[in-house]
Design a protein around this ligand. Structure first.
Ligand SMILES: [Zn+2]
Length: 316
């Protein structure tokens, strides 16, 4: 499982991403050590239940770098991949909150965002967080990393969901440029997806709005699944092999009912995040929850910031 795979961007020195050169090194490593499964062998295995030996590559969130940087590398090496796209952003013309948070955290000076939050956010916007905690951090000597961590915590956990989108809107207005937030520059376009599909890639659904599916009632889950597949169809994709990937991933993010909905949608297989190989049992009994590893569990897979290497990747 990969997310951002790209070159460094000097305007976002704190942006967590796998560097494209590390990606190539990791492909060398994976190819030598395990080999890659062809698309045909993978699809055959979905029928036969016998897992072939080797690696299947997946990429989440329909990011522009998957077309600009990953796709040329895969083509050059004769490889294929599965790309999971969330579709609601194409309707709202607005980057998802999760991705806007990545951009905010990736820019240069998180202390400024931190100070803004400290000054402007009323206490009733925050859940389980008190003003005192702001002060503690403000008056101890900090490095930018600590501010980044705090901003991340506040935006991901402490801001009440009632106000979160509005706060992120304001932060983006203040700290990002308009062009950083252009949907068709940040995500794959329909034309790019069609080109990738024609070149042998599989494009799959990553839901419409990238929710934690298990938090939704069944009817809403069904809408998330159906509308995302119909959006992909409307983009001009053939979807001859329908696949889904759970936003965030992990067994807490979906239920048996979600799996049943995917079966009803004639989805052939779905990916979860679980750190182990795909077994015969998975292929015969539970195709809507196939396990997969994060790229950071293998050599060269650590996310980078400019001048820094980190051990944890985003899982969104
Ligand atoms: Zn995601």
């Amino acid at each position: 499982m990969y997310h951002y795979v790209k070159e460094d961007d000097p305007s976002f020195p704190n942006f967590n991403h796998l560097h494209i050169e590390d990606f190539k090194k990791q492909l060398d490593y994976l190819g030598n050590k395990f080999g890659f499964v062809t698309k045909k062998d993978f699809q055959d295995a979905l029928e036969s239940g016998d897992p072939p030996k080797g690696v299947v590559l997946t990429f989440d969130d329909g990011l522009k770098c998957h077309y600009d940087q990953v796709f040329p590398v895969l083509k050059e090496r004769g490889l294929w991949g599965i790309f999971y796209v969330a579709t609601e952003m194409y309707r709202t013309q607005k980057l998802s909150d999760v991705h806007r948070i990545h951009l905010l955290l990736g820019q240069e000076n998180n202390q400024k965002i931190y100070e803004y939050l400290n000054e402007k956010i009323p206490q009733d916007y925050l859940v389980d967080f008190v003003r005192e905690d702001f002060k503690k951090l403000t008056y101890t000597r900090q490095i930018n990393d600590d501010f980044t961590k705090m901003v991340k915590k506040i935006l991901n956990y402490y801001i009440s969901y009632t106000y979160r989108e509005k706060v992120i809107d304001d932060l983006c207005e203040l700290f990002l440029k308009k062009e950083d937030l252009n949907v068709l520059d940040f995500y794959l376009t329909a034309e790019e997806m069609v080109e990738m599909e024609n070149a042998g890639m599989i494009i799959g659904s990553h839901s419409a709005s990238h929710p934690v599916m298990s938090k939704l009632d069944l009817e809403t889950q069904k809408i998330e699944i159906q509308s995302s597949f119909s959006d992909l169809k409307n983009f001009g994709l053939k979807l001859s092999c329908k696949s889904f990937c759970y936003p965030y991933g992990g067994f807490h993010t979906f239920t048996k009912e979600t799996e049943a909905l995917l079966e009803m949608e004639k989805c052939r297989f779905s990916f979860n995040v679980e750190s182990r190989d795909i077994s015969k049992k998975d292929l015969t009994e539970r195709k809507q929850a196939l396990p997969r590893y994060d790229c950071n569990e293998f050599p060269f897979g650590q996310v980078r910031r400019i001048g820094k290497v980190h051990s944890s990747s985003y899982s969104i």
